[in-house]
Design a protein around this ligand. Structure first.
Ligand code: ZN
Length: 278
């Protein structure tokens, strides 16, 4: 294959989560005097990883989806019933990587947008690999995730599953401390709010322009607005708003396509791996 001179961007499906819409958009169907008992609404949202083939950095994977055994005993009852995961064997991370001719050891950089169980659950695949030796995560996210699962000694707390990221031999974290340029055409963006230290990714492509992947800084288009609408689960509401507005300035500046973390309508419009954007 001839050498790449511009990045390629792949959107990978890690399967689907089912949950109450109110988890993604707070008060989406609020009761009123006329209709005091409005029903909850259940929907299905995609779980997404991003893969970038970069001319100088190599293969960059952003997020790992959920553990292969998530619904087979790995997840405790709360997430298993509150946001069950629906997927086929094709959706497993190993299979998705194989579809583009890769295995975990071929990944050069692994970046976790945050450590929630549907993003960090596949971290164990990278034990004793190059990417696993320097897993990029925001320092604040790592601190908060450890705080959550250790302070009350809970295996599962606020969407963090301790065994996803604690006690994995052959995994080391390389914390970053704010917006970080990995190369001229790829920048990690600090977008706290949904979680304490969430990272998004902005990548400039030669033919397809600029993409900004917000991860769960906005689950769905309704969160991003404008106006910004809070999700049902949020670590810091003021920061959530500020992160959305930060992305909106970048969207204007670069005429960027903004990609949300779990938006079923938007995901259906995207090219999916092994197809890519360049
Ligand atoms: Zn999350």
């Amino acid at each position: 294959m001839p050498a790449l001179n511009s990045p390629r961007l792949y959107f990978i499906s890690n399967g689907w989560l089912e949950n109450d819409v109110a988890l993604n958009v707070a008060l989406h169907n609020q009761g009123t005097a006329d209709f005091p008992n409005r029903a909850a609404e259940w929907h299905r949202v995609p779980s997404i990883s991003i893969l970038i083939q970069h001319p100088t950095l190599g293969w960059i994977l952003i997020d790992t989806g959920s553990h292969d055994e998530a619904m087979n005993g790995r997840w405790p009852e709360k997430p298993r019933k509150g946001s069950p995961l629906v997927r086929t064997t094709d959706d497993l991370l190993g299979a998705r990587l194989a579809q583009v001719g890769l295995k975990p050891a071929d990944i050069d950089w692994l970046i976790l947008t945050h450590l929630h169980l549907d993003h960090a659950g596949g971290l164990y695949h990278f034990a004793n690999t190059k990417a696993g030796s320097r897993v990029v995560v925001h320092e604040v996210e790592l601190r908060q995730a450890l705080y959550e699962v250790f302070v009350h000694n809970e295996e599962f707390k606020n969407a963090y599953l301790r065994s996803d990221f604690v006690g994995l031999s052959g995994i080391n974290f390389e914390p970053i401390y704010g917006d970080t340029e990995l190369a001229d055409d790829i920048t990690l963006l600090f977008l706290p709010g949904h979680s304490a230290g969430l990272l998004g990714v902005m990548v400039h492509l030669a033919n397809s322009g600029t993409f900004i992947f917000m991860s769960d800084a906005a689950y769905v288009a309704a969160n991003y607005g404008p106006p910004v609408r809070q999700p049902g689960i949020v670590y810091d509401t003021v920061a959530f708003q500020a992160s959305c507005e930060k992305v909106r300035w970048l969207e204007r500046r670069y005429n960027a396509k903004v990609i949300f973390g779990h938006d079923p309508q938007q995901f259906a419009t995207l090219r999916q791996s092994p197809e890519f954007y360049d």
